[in-house]
Design a protein around this ligand. Sequence first.
Ligand code: PLP
Length: 422
Amino acid sequence: MACVCNLAGSVPKVEDELESGRRRGKVKIQAEDGKSPNSVHTPIYLDNHATTPVDPRVLEEMLPYFREKFGNPASRNHSFGWNAGKAVEKAREQVAKLIGANVKEVVFTSGATESDNLAIKGVAHARNDKGDHIITAVTEHRAVLDSCKRLEQEGFRVTYLPVRKDGLVDLEDLRRAINDKTVLVTIMAANNEIGVLHPWGEIGKLCHKSGVIFHTDAAQATGKVPLDVVKDDVDLVSISGHKMYGPKGIGALYVRDGIRVEPNIDGGGHEHGMRSGTLNVPGIVGLGKACEIAQEEMTAEPKRISALRDRLRDRILQGVDEVHINGSLEHRLAGNLNISFENVDGESLMLGLSDIAVSSSSACRTASLQASHVLRSLGVSDDLAHSTIRFGVGRFNTEAEIDYAAGKVIEVVSSLRELSRV
Ligand code: PLP
């Protein structure tokens, strides 16, 4: 069985469907005790920040909404529409519960990119009479940075906060940047490259003291770390289904009751007029189920994943020297490991690791050869940034996979260095 199938209580039929689509090679590796060899299937997926496999329990929940329960929730005159509508409202409750929100405050979107656009442009446009200043951080995802750039073209002013060497924003910098024209602060909960967790609770309190609205892009954080919109003083939260074992093309924006957001899309007035368009019912059902599972597993899962991540880190550090781990180790997502290898050509490194699915940078930037803006902002040189790997350990990874990956990294880095010496 492949690595996706270590779930207690999972649904065999759906697992088989997932499995048959994988066509992966099988490699036997000797277990540490020297007795039974453990099998891993290659390529090994360690890129869970780019996307996550759909949890079989999520897929199972979604399937009827492609088949017999295909109705449109906007159809008010028959049971097909009513059943779809009920499923959407159940999912809204599941999403709301995960972040401590009220059901009325959850707006379904196509993903975190759209949620970021809606939150940032929507609030800026709605509050234009109050001010024209927005604050964000240099390490944000492109969906946030490019939304801010668009607003700058319209005449808004944007402050891009630097980050410290550990990748976190300095609260003093934020305090100093807020002025009486500031209408919005947008700072991500967890960074998609280096996995660092910004102190969103403290940022929220600071914003609220100053009467400023606080948005956080929680695409990487939702379901992985506890986030409570009331306790943490967060006004808008972007959520993405495919980063939390749900489907792609679905997400949500939490909008605190009473906050005005100008829509980006005009149309049928769905989602309280904030996001028109026929609802993606199977996607919404999947996102809801993914949130429910994340909530149930929030205590145990991060412990298991961080143990695997630490095992990977420790093995690599024992096996090769001249490596740097980027970003705070203390304030970090359980599954993230971002490592730079000195004296190794980045392209050769990625080629050598072709049976391990990892990212050389953010998934959304792999088409470009530019060094990562996140690593640059930490002061990492372009050369070193090019020989940096982001590992994203996730729900379905196993110890055997981690050991195989660590061994492969050590082998490839050592042989590349050896070759460059001759
Ligand atoms: N924000 C962050 C922090 C991300 O990591 C991503 C995806 O990589 C996005 C936004 C975009 O999310 P989506 O793919 O749901 O549009």
